[in-house]
Design a protein around this ligand. Structure first.
Ligand code: IPE
Ligand code: IPE
Ligand code: MG
Length: 248
């Protein structure tokens, strides 16, 4: 049983907390292979890590955590793995939504409807509906999500809603993203040691601090999240401005 605010694991003090963390939960397959298990077992082991990350972020006062669960490129995996991941996404939502409800977490979904199993869409929407009045951490599950697809969808939606010859602006695209309320990503976190974004939160991460950790996703804990936030606090963010302050 995973506890929120476990007295045995006190939350450290942070000088500042990222308002939005984008998180690539990577390394399930390698974790499983190292143990002679199937990739499926690796995905199963990742469920606790997700709850740990949510607990760690929530305790640290993070407002938004966006978790990459299935990318538009993941359809290229074997039929069995895709089928497993679709069913598994549903199961996790159903299994954990009451606990997340207790933790005051608001669940959102970012992704494309196209190709996604309707039963997965229904489960995601049910979780959104159940938790819509919660006021704690906003956990956005990125399922069938691709950063390029999101931008293309947003441009098309912008064109739909506006009269012809409307000039496309950054504001208009932002308004038509999958979850328009999500602020820019402050901290982009990826487990498993891979140094790439894999098409995640392209628009939102234009000024994110990139943090790559060697831990494989099933081994990720709330302490890993706190370690990442501590590293985030060491960064100097300049957003294009010049600064003569000594660099750390
Ligand atoms: C991440 O783990 C989970 C998903 C992409 C769904 P992987 O399955 O990519 O694990 P590795 O990268 O093969 O170790
Ligand atoms: C990114 O991981 C997608 C998710 C974690 C859902 P991948 O394992 O699919 O990315 P690549 O293939 O290493 O770029
Ligand atoms: Mg991977």
């Amino acid at each position: 049983m995973i506890l929120l605010k476990d007295p045995a694991r006190p939350t450290p003090e942070f000088s500042s907390t990222p308002r939005h963390i984008a998180m690539v939960m990577d390394g399930n397959g390698r974790w499983a292979n190292k143990r002679g298990l199937t990739r499926t077992e690796g995905h199963r082991a990742g469920e606790q890590a997700l709850l740990e990350a949510v607990a760690g972020a929530s305790e640290a006062g993070v407002e938004n955590l966006t978790a990459y669960a299935f990318s538009t490129e993941n359809w290229k995996r074997s039929t069995e793995e895709v089928r497993f991941l679709m069913g598994y996404n549903k199961e996790v939502l159903r299994r954990q939504r009451d606990l997340l409800m207790e933790w005051n977490v608001k669940i959102r979904w970012a992704g494309a409807v196209r190709k996604l199993w309707p039963s997965v869409v229904n489960e995601l929407r049910a979780a959104e509906e159940l938790t819509k009045n919660n006021t704690g951490l906003v956990l956005t599950m990125a399922v069938n999500y691709g950063g390029r697809q999101e931008i293309v969808d947003a441009v098309n939606k912008s064109l739909d809603t506006k009269v012809s010859r409307q000039i496309i602006t950054e504001k208009l695209i932002q308004k038509n993203l999958y979850v328009p309320e999500l602020p820019d990503v402050d901290m982009f976190l990826r487990s498993s040691g891979e140094l790439r974004t894999s098409n995640f939160m392209l628009w939102q991460s234009s000024y994110a601090e990139m943090i790559f950790m060697d831990v494989l996703w099933p081994d990720f804990t709330r302490e890993s999240m706190w370690e990442a936030i501590t590293e985030f606090n060491r960064r100097q963010r300049r957003f294009g401005q010049a600064s003569d302050a000594p660099l750390n």
